[in-house]
Design a protein around this ligand. Sequence first.
Ligand SMILES: NC(=O)c1ccc[n+]([C@@H]2O[C@H](COP(=O)([O-])OP(=O)(O)OC[C@H]3O[C@@H](n4cnc5c(N)ncnc54)[C@H](O)[C@@H]3O)[C@@H](O)[C@H]2O)c1
Length: 277
Amino acid sequence: MAFEKFDLTGKTALITGAVGLLGMEHAAALLESGAKVLLTDIGEASLNEARNQLAKHFDRAGILTQVMDVSQPQAIRAVAETLWAEGLRIDILVNNAAIDPKVKGEQGVFETSRLENFPLDQWNMQLAVGLTGAFLCSQVFGTAMARDGNGGVILNIASDLSIFSPDQRLYRKEGLSEELQPVKPVTYSVIKAGLVGLTRYLATYWADKGVRSNALSPGGVFNGQGEEFVQRLSTLIPLGRMAQRDEYRAAVQFLCSDASGYMNGQNIVMDGGRSTW
Ligand SMILES: NC(=O)c1ccc[n+]([C@@H]2O[C@H](COP(=O)([O-])OP(=O)(O)OC[C@H]3O[C@@H](n4cnc5c(N)ncnc54)[C@H](O)[C@@H]3O)[C@@H](O)[C@H]2O)c1
């Protein structure tokens, strides 16, 4: 039966940045497919809350949590060692964590988003989470997948901005001078393009060990952003709207299961057609 290939029963998936907007959707997608999920993020309280939310729809026993800051190599290793001591194997790694500044309207925040003023500590911090964090988690959990001979899947959550430049006109605010106009920060483009590079590298590196790696590049998700922003963005998208938060679930199920067994090193762009215009 065709759908058997989507079945993740018996598999365990680790999701980084799991309590955020999309992390919860990835978790639901994988739980729907029968996997056990290990939610990881930086705050214990939010992890507990996320577990409670998911347990309303899925078996609580299949939802594990661990505090894990992906910018801290020793924290990743400590989580891995705890899991291994319990005999738990990670079959699927979803590198999803990011510092994702949401579109909002506080004047002053914007000034530092601009390239001319972008603080080095922000650059370092955002890369440490969004790109180095994915490298470190792949290093620890990918090595383990490759070593024990049972293969595995690494899914990197990139963005449509991995393949094209942000249209900074989207973020403009009336009444602000040029130097105060908000922009999508440079880090976002660099991290997302970098994740696609990491994906291709990993795809060949452990291919002979049965470890596949792909990227998913979502377009913007509607999450109560201001009307003006939503309208501007929607005009750039052939489908005429932003994504709903659950519209990437099926892609996650595909990319993390044997349904995509012959797909490796690819970047699946789901952007409502934006990149075709
Ligand atoms: N929301 C969108 O429209 C959209 C579009 C394209 C791509 N993406 C990508 O999808 C992924 C998830 O986005 P989101 O909208 O859910 O973002 P979000 O901000 O809601 O969630 C990100 C999560 O990462 C966690 N995090 C931050 N620093 C961390 C660290 N050091 N270690 C571990 N976790 C950390 C945060 O606590 C948060 O829960 C990101 O990679 C983002 O770039 C999102």
